[in-house]
Design a binder for this molecule. Structure first.
Ligand SMILES: NC(=O)c1ccc[n+]([C@@H]2O[C@H](COP(=O)([O-])OP(=O)(O)OC[C@H]3O[C@@H](n4cnc5c(N)ncnc54)[C@H](O)[C@@H]3O)[C@@H](O)[C@H]2O)c1
Length: 351
């Protein structure tokens, strides 16, 4: 338990998503940005100057600082587990970008190490904090859907060849994965959060347009333990630009579609006697966020601070972040074997 007024933060990785971390930390009264780290010296120095923090080139050195309580990890995905484990062993709480790791073995080791070291582990699935998603989740928890029948997670975005060429880790099997693991994982997390544990998975992936090792388009069907069916459509190939990230949830007495550029806008809201509520919701919707990263980073960091201060559980603890990872690895396994994959996934194909 930490009783400090302000918790000290270190941000590891100063690339595209990192400003969402540093700017959120600076905006939160209970947080203090202490240090940033990148193996590219100019990036570490530019970030340090811009956000008034100490620059580090080696995260091991950053981890030695006593004034850092929480580290956020925004490095290439294949390095998350190793850095998270080192941070936990140094006594730091860990808030890691999605995917928490590239394999279940690493995910399990990260979860175990954090538990053994007595630190919190949170995974950044910031879309759980979108207003529209919070409304959907509240309706689901109140049982308003009745029996859940099916749902769909659709991501129709564009990541052009320059996007993949900007860093050697992008689109690779060991460091990034394809559109499922990088872009669609947020929406797969939401689908499984709404419809519950998955029993089996069937899917196809393809590298249709981009010159990358992993997939730029994929489709999959999930069978949930409660009998509901889930559909996943994931594409980074949409011409000419990002079109939508949409989550559909359907049940006996409810239909909700949350769309927009990043699951941020309620498009369908149907429950018995919900006309007035629907008009109210539609009248107070947020605009599309400026980027597909959305608005949720600040809230997920605030949630992590609360978990640390109150010895609580982060909104997306490691065990929860692992679930979307497992589903995606099962789709990859299915693509390799041509067979439906039952969960739990015992074999980790990335090993
Ligand atoms: N939550 C979201 O919506 C969201 C959005 C984008 C990216 N991400 C995730 O964030 C991570 C980073 O993505 P990005 O687009 O910012 O990548 P990026 O390539 O732009 O940035 C990664 C940075 O990490 C640095 N780095 C690499 N190894 C390091 C190490 N050992 N120590 C310190 N720094 C190191 C690189 O030099 C680079 O500057 C990925 O895992 C990605 O999946 C999440």
């Amino acid at each position: 338990m930490q009783n400090k007024d302000k918790l000290g933060f270190g941000v590891i990785g100063c690339g595209r998503i990192a400003p969402k971390h540093t700017e959120s930390i600076l905006a939160i009264p209970q947080a203090k940005l202490i240090a940033v780290c990148d193996i590219i010296p100019e990036r570490a120095q530019d970030f340090a100057r811009k956000y008034q923090a100490e620059p580090y080139l080696d995260y091991h050195e950053l981890l030695q600082r006593k004034d850092i309580d929480i580290v956020t990890i925004a490095t290439p995905s294949g390095s998350h587990a190793e850095i998270g484990i080192a941070a936990a062993k140094a006594g730091k709480h860990v808030l890691v970008e999605k995917p928490m790791s590239m394999t279940l073995k690493e995910a399990d080791l990260l979860i175990k190490t954090c538990r053994e070291c007595g630190v919190k582990l949170g995974v950044i699935h910031q879309n759980r904090f979108n207003k529209a998603i919070k409304l959907l989740r509240a309706a689901l928890e109140a049982g308003r859907f009745g029996k859940l029948t099916h749902g769909q997670a659709t991501i129709r975005w564009n990541r052009n060849q320059e996007y993949y060429d900007q860093a050697p880790w992008r689109g690779t099997k060991l460091q990034d994965g394809g559109v499922l693991m990088n872009q669609s994982i947020h929406n797969i997390d939401l689908l499984q959060w709404m419809l519950g544990p998955v029993e089996s998975v069937y899917g196809y992936t393809n590298t249709a347009l981009r010159k990358i090792e992993m997939e730029d388009v994929a489709g999959a069907v999930l069978k949930f333990k409660n009998g509901a069916i889930g559909l996943i459509e994931a594409a980074a190939t949409i011409y000419p630009k990002n079109l939508e990230e949409t989550l559909n949830i359907f049940g006996e007495t409810g239909s909700v579609i949350v769309g927009g550029i990043a699951v941020n806008r309620i498009e369908v809201w149907e429950f018995p006697d919900s006309e007035e509520e629907k008009q109210r919701i539609f009248a107070s919707q947020e605009n599309d966020p400026p980027t597909v990263y959305g608005y949720g980073h600040r809230e997920i960091i605030e949630d992590m601070i609360k978990a640390v201060q109150n010895d609580g559980v982060p909104a997306v603890p490691g065990e929860e972040g692992r679930k979307a990872l497992e589903i995606i690895l099962a789709i990859y396994k299915c693509q390799e074997t041509g067979q439906p994959v039952k969960l739990p996934l015992v074999e980790d194909i990335a090993n």
